[in-house]
Design a protein around this ligand. Structure first.
Ligand code: AMP
Length: 294
């Protein structure tokens, strides 16, 4: 029995903070021919995250989940400090799902003083959320690339709720020959349709009720398209009208109809189409999207 195998026999879910130790564990697993699956998160886990973990669990031998609230993906006026954190609860949840390793790197080790190298996917990163969150995707790709280098997974799992992030990560992995599989999984929603998000915690009860308008607007768009609407402007206008009925609680950041691979705006709805939106509900900036095939 290798020391890693022994390690896991004694401690079912290992919590690893050190980058070096994390590398050693996955290197040994690789040598033993084990398939490594990886789910990166920022913690404060909800059923959306857990759906990725459950799906990944069935598809790999060694399952690594990371929790790292990534400071470089938040803008100076964004919610890094108050972003919800609940490590105790997260540990319990992950352990109950049979996760092998919880990787919790320290910011000081992952982003030490003097750190200057970034990974950027220009173009895609400037669209949709990139317009109102300059630098956000550069922060995401840099940290995801570093985590992939450390964990060295065979497959990494991401949610389609953050559709733009998924498209950008796929591009980064292809462009940089990272040689791993990226799997995108469906958005998990509350019973009333609101996409689950760690930021939903910010909503008071009125805001929470108003926030359902985001998913309702996506369903409206799908209904209009099913009824024959092909003009993006018409569909966006109808969505806008529905969402503004919830003003001032809900303020639209953007609503866009675009190509799901290039994220280029589409004036006509045909073929594979993504309808994406972002809105402020109270202090929370929420995003959602729907994939439509005509
Ligand atoms: P986060 O902790 O917000 O960085 O999210 C970690 C991963 O969970 C990302 O791949 C997200 O896309 C995914 N995720 C977040 N919310 C959901 C959801 N409601 N349904 C499915 N996946 C989600």
């Amino acid at each position: 029995m290798t020391w890693v195998a022994l390690f896991f026999k004694v401690y079912p879910m290992k919590i690893i903070k050190s980058i070096d130790l994390m590398k050693k564990i996955t290197l040994q697993a690789k040598r033993a021919g084990r398939v490594i699956g990886f789910v990166p998160t920022m913690g404060c886990l909800h059923p959306g995250h857990l759906s990725l973990v459950k799906y990944a669990r069935k598809r790999c031998d060694l399952l690594v989940v990371s929790i790292f609230v990534n400071p470089i993906q938040f803008g100076p006026k964004e919610d890094f400090r108050k972003y919800p954190r609940d490590m105790k609860r997260d540990k319990k949840l992950l352990s109950s799902l049979d996760v092998d390793v919880l990787f919790v790197p320290k910011a000081a080790e992952l982003l030490p003083a003097g750190f200057v190298s970034y990974v950027e996917v220009p173009g895609l990163s400037k669209k949709l959320c990139g317009r109102s969150r300059p630098g956000h995707f550069r922060g995401v790709t840099t940290i995801v690339a570093k985590l992939i280098n450390i964990v060295a997974p065979d497959i990494a799992f991401f949610g389609k709720k953050d559709f733009q992030q998924l498209v950008i990560i796929k591009k980064m992995v292809a462009d940089l020959n990272m040689g791993i599989g990226i799997v995108g999984l469906p958005t998990v929603r509350e019973p009333d349709g609101l996409a689950m998000s760690s930021r939903n915690i910010y909503l008071d009860s009125d805001e929470r009720a108003s926030a359902t308008v985001l998913y309702r607007s996506l369903r409206l768009a799908r209904k209009l398209v099913r009824e024959g609407a092909r003009d993006s402007r018409r569909v966006i206008k109808a969505k806008r009208q529905l969402i503004t009925s919830q003003r001032p609680k809900v303020q639209i950041d953007y609503i866009e109809v675009c190509d799901p691979e290039t994220l280029e705006e589409k004036t006509k709805i045909k073929g594979k189409t993504l309808i994406a939106l972002a809105a402020y509900v109270g202090d929370a900036r929420l995003i959602d999207n729907m994939f439509i095939r005509v």
